[in-house]
Ligand binder design. Structure first.
Ligand SMILES: [Zn+2]
Ligand SMILES: [Zn+2]
Length: 260
């Protein structure tokens, strides 16, 4: 499973210090990561009562949902803070329904289920407890553990413990799995003339992998160029590349936690 929540938090702080332009985004993301770390600790305390069925695990997760929503309502950017307050005012069944609906979709762009479901799914992956009620169709570009869509891809050097090459990183449980270097993670296109790789000198170890067949993209973090990168966090730090991709008519396969 690689990195810990703390490593992500530390990386967000380091990148915020290093890049003035991206600082507000990285500081905000760091705060969200702290909430997710606290949720992870709450789940760890519930220990073996977690079953892998979200429906049955909802009582354990409720211990995370309230504190998270309250914090987001206070520190979140206005649209998300407002949504958090609205959900806090809703009854428990409405919150449960929101989580279950997001769980049963392979990709989701909604912030609030995602901030809760990521630590839950990551916890399941870290103890090898496969989700039993996500019921997603297995496919070529989806996570072999939970069936979710990829958040990003990484390039790792050959000879490493994980075999080298390109891997996708799940947006829900953060599992990584090998994937073809020249292949669209959305539609499977393998014609190199239909696939574009876009790079900005401002982010030497990041690129946009875009497909002209389905018009989707994701970002790739090249760990062979920057070994201390933390993929999820460096992906967020490369926000200008998302704006570039959107301006060029590409749609992201899965939005990250800060909505980019
Ligand atoms: Zn997954
Ligand atoms: Zn495609």
């Amino acid at each position: 499973m690689g990195e810990s929540w703390q490593r992500r938090i530390d990386r967000a702080a380091a990148l915020a210090d290093a890049h003035a332009a991206g600082r507000p985004l990285l500081v905000a993301y760091g705060e969200l990561l702290r909430l997710q770390r606290d949720c992870d600790e709450t789940l760890r305390r519930t220990g073996d009562r977690v079953t892998g069925s979200l429906e049955r695990d909802l009582p354990a997760l409720r211990g995370c949902v309230g504190p998270m929503l309250e914090a987001v309502a206070t520190i979140g950017p206005p649209p998300v803070a407002e949504e958090a307050r609205r959900i806090l005012d809703a009854a428990e069944p409405a919150i449960d329904a929101m989580l279950l609906m997001a769980w049963h979709a392979s990709s989701g762009h909604q912030f609030l289920p995602k901030i809760v479901l990521q630590p839950y799914a990551h916890w399941l992956a870290s103890i090898g407890l496969r989700p039993t009620d996500r019921n997603l169709v297995p496919g070529k570009g989806v996570c072999p553990f939970c069936g979710g869509a990829p958040q990003l891809s990484i390039l790792v050097s050959a000879g490493g413990a994980d075999g080298g090459g390109r891997q996708l990183v799940c947006a829900t449980c953060f599992t990584t799995w090998p994937f073809g270097r020249i292949r669209c993670a959305q539609c499977g296109e393998e014609d190199e003339h239909r696939l574009g790789y876009f790079h900005s000198p401002a982010f030497d170890h990041l690129r946009v992998d875009a497909c002209d067949t389905c018009r989707h993209y994701l970002k790739t973090v090249d760990l062979t160029r920057q070994g201390n990168a933390v993929p999820l966090v460096d992906e967020v730090a490369g926000a200008p590349l998302d704006l570039w991709a959107r301006d060029h008519g590409y749609q992201k396969i899965e939005l990250n936690l800060v909505g980019l």
